[in-house]
Design a protein around this ligand. Structure first.
Ligand SMILES: CC(C)(COP(=O)(O)OP(=O)(O)OC[C@H]1O[C@@H](n2cnc3c(N)ncnc32)[C@H](O)[C@@H]1OP(=O)(O)O)[C@@H](O)C(=O)NCCC(=O)NCCS
Length: 212
């Protein structure tokens, strides 16, 4: 008991003070059939595009990873991050590799700039790398969304490609940036996590590809 308390306080010392504040003030959960209507209502205020019914059905299904941030006093969802994993057959290195993809991220306007967005991206990226053992995590972001791009870069995501006219919103085309979080960068930023055997190969592959 004492040891576990010591460990918990040591873990807390290693944590970003903003993360401690967030964990003290909010509860966390996943998207479920019971809270999906709240998530849909929040998304409508966050994103310029509307997702369809099928998208939302998948959000509480087994193929989606999700985190929702809930206020302790009023039980309202004020933040959400969702991700999926796709498997591709690699050419020469692996029979199959898994990649994480962040689908949505948003924080209600009155709770922004408190670190909640960063907390969500860090948590979901860590979950994808550590529990799901993905090779990398990618996402698309509107090229003019400086707030989100700054946030992702602070965590370790890098811009990998500009995609002209990627989004169509109200009949207007908008450019996107494809961003990528490498496993090697994740480990550098989170030294407490040790690489596992499958992911050691990923690091060798990343180094090899950098040579070309
Ligand atoms: C992007 C978004 C999730 C950020 O959430 P947040 O909780 O306010 O983010 P954080 O407080 O963790 O901010 C982390 C960093 O991101 C950057 N950032 C956040 N908001 C910013 C803004 N308005 N302008 C410039 N940089 C900003 C800053 O570098 C910030 O670090 P700092 O506060 O130490 O300066 C939020 O603005 C949002 O929900 N926007 C609408 C939905 C959206 O665009 N989602 C992204 C889709 S890809």
């Amino acid at each position: 008991m004492e040891n576990s308390l010591k460990k918990r306080s040591q873990d807390n010392l290693n944590k970003d003070p903003k993360a401690l504040f967030i964990e003290k003030d909010f509860n966390f959960g996943k998207i479920t059939k019971q809270n999906i209507e709240q998530v849909i209502a929040l998304d409508k205020t966050l994103f310029p595009i509307e997702y369809d019914e099928n998208f939302y059905k998948r959000l509480y299904g087994p193929e989606t990873e999700s985190i929702v941030v809930i206020t302790k006093q009023t039980n309202e969802i004020i933040g959400v991050a969702t991700a999926k994993i796709s498997t591709k057959i690699d050419d020469w290195w692996y029979p199959r590799i898994d990649q994480g993809y962040i689908m949505t991220l948003g924080v209600r306007e009155d709770h922004r700039r408190k670190g909640i967005g960063s907390y969500l991206v860090s948590k979901i990226s860590t979950h994808l790398f550590i529990q799901k053992k993905v090779e990398s995590v990618t996402l698309h972001v509107k090229a003019d969304n400086k707030a989100a791009i700054n946030l992702y870069k602070k965590i370790g995501y890098e811009e990998s490609k500009k995609l002209p006219d990627f989004y169509e919103i109200n009949n207007e085309k908008h450019d996107a940036i494809l961003m990528n979080y490498r496993y090697s960068t994740f480990l550098k930023n989170n030294p407490k996590f040790k690489q596992n055997q499958k992911q050691q190969k990923i690091l060798i592959k990343e180094k090899t590809l950098k040579c070309f």
